[in-house]
Ligand binder design. Structure first.
Ligand code: SF4
Ligand code: FES
Length: 239
């Protein structure tokens, strides 16, 4: 039985309040649904699709779908897990993610979600796209090779910092993160290392300078616990 303000997620009763999405209600109830572009501080974006669930027989994104009383949601069925792994594999081959050589390894949400979901290989051929690295800013390096186009930096810079430093340009495989400055380089923009946008990247695409390897690989957040145990959404601010 569900109540007027509850639904079932993997058989468990989840209460919700008006306006909450499936993701909001699940996280409030302490149930982790894998996600990458979702962050509780920012409006949902619904781009990575990693939060896919089956809600009353339909595959939907938990981060953008409003909770409805009585709905039956599955986030952990064999089909949903297989779909999520395929989406992760596509994210990996679309960019250049070289985890063993990445400063973000062990604190990267893409890597941590892939571990959590049991992704064992790339499955697809890697695209090896050419992506620009921008090392023009004194506070951070922008390495587009690792960008998953989640737009968290876009939302943080626009909605929190009030600067709109970042945007996504192009479509499909031509999509890329661009910087709002006369030269298109980060060093000529309003970006600062103290911006919220400098802290929200779930992968190693926006890397703060002067902090590399302060926490050794092997001792980082997701080296110590899974992304589900770490609390998922807030984990991006912790190394
Ligand atoms: Fe997302 Fe990071 Fe790319 Fe910005 S730089 S869109 S936060 S992956
Ligand atoms: Fe829901 Fe990315 S977390 S689409």
């Amino acid at each position: 039985m569900t109540t007027p303000d509850s639904f079932r997620l993997n058989g468990k009763l989840i209460p919700f309040s008006a306006g909450q999405t499936i993701m909001d209600a699940a996280l409030t109830a302490g149930v982790y649904i894998p996600h990458l572009c979702h962050h509780p501080e920012f409006v949902p974006h619904g781009s990575c699709r990693i939060c896919v669930v089956c809600a009353d027989g339909r595959e939907l994104c938990a981060c953008t779908t409003p909770a409805v009383a009585g709905m039956q949601v599955e986030s952990d069925s064999d089909d949903i897990r297989a779909l999520r792994v395929a989406l992760l594999q596509m994210l990996f081959v679309e960019g250049n993610h070289v985890c063993p050589g990445c400063e973000k390894s062990g604190a990267c949400q893409l890597q941590a979600v892939a571990y959590y979901c049991g992704m064992l290989d790339l499955h697809f051929h890697s695209f090896f796209p050419y992506r620009e690295v921008d090392a023009s800013h004194p506070d951070a390096i922008l390495d587009r090779n690792r960008c998953i186009l989640c737009e968290l930096c876009v939302r943080a810079s626009r909605d929190h910092d009030g600067k709109s430093v970042f945007a996504i340009s192009g479509r499909g495989m031509q999509s890329r993160l661009i910087v709002n400055s006369p030269s298109g380089r980060l060093g000529d923009s309003l970006f600062s290392g103290s911006d919220r946008a400098a802290q929200v990247c779930p992968v190693g695409a926006i890397l703060p300078r002067r902090g590399a390897f302060q926490v050794p690989i092997g001792e980082r957040l997701y080296d110590r616990e899974t992304i589900a145990d770490a609390g998922g959404p807030a984990a991006d601010d912790r190394g």
